[in-house]
Design a protein around this ligand. Structure first.
Ligand code: SF4
Length: 101
């Protein structure tokens, strides 16, 4: 019996800790805003910093938070700029629609 006690105790301890990790991960996880990825993909992704931000992801945050405008991105191509502006326009309209309620 003494031979089986340590593996049983360690197994139960592992089970309890695993459950705790699962519960904490489930209730305290931070959901990533996928709109930032969508906006970042539409930017040139040169991470040159010409927009005044540290990179394209920061610029995407700025655009999403209405702190930046697309024209701050200097190397963006006109077609990509138009597509991004259309995307943001729809996003901002959707936001405005949800804030009214
Ligand atoms: S200027 Fe454009 S390409 Fe350069 S970091 Fe800013 S968003 Fe990215």
């Amino acid at each position: 019996m003494d031979l089986f006690l340590p593996p049983i105790v360690l197994g139960l301890l592992g089970l309890v800790l695993g459950l705790l990790i699962f519960v904490f991960g489930y209730y305290f996880s931070v959901k990533e805003d996928t709109r930032i990825d969508d906006i970042e993909k539409m930017l040139p992704r040169y991470n040159c910093g010409a927009c005044g931000y540290g990179g394209c992801r920061d610029m995407a945050h700025g655009l999403l938070e209405h702190k930046a405008v697309v024209s701050q991105c200097k190397p963006i191509k006109p077609e990509a700029k138009a597509a991004l502006m259309k995307f943001l326009d729809e996003l901002y309209k959707a936001e405005a629609g949800t804030q009214k309620h």
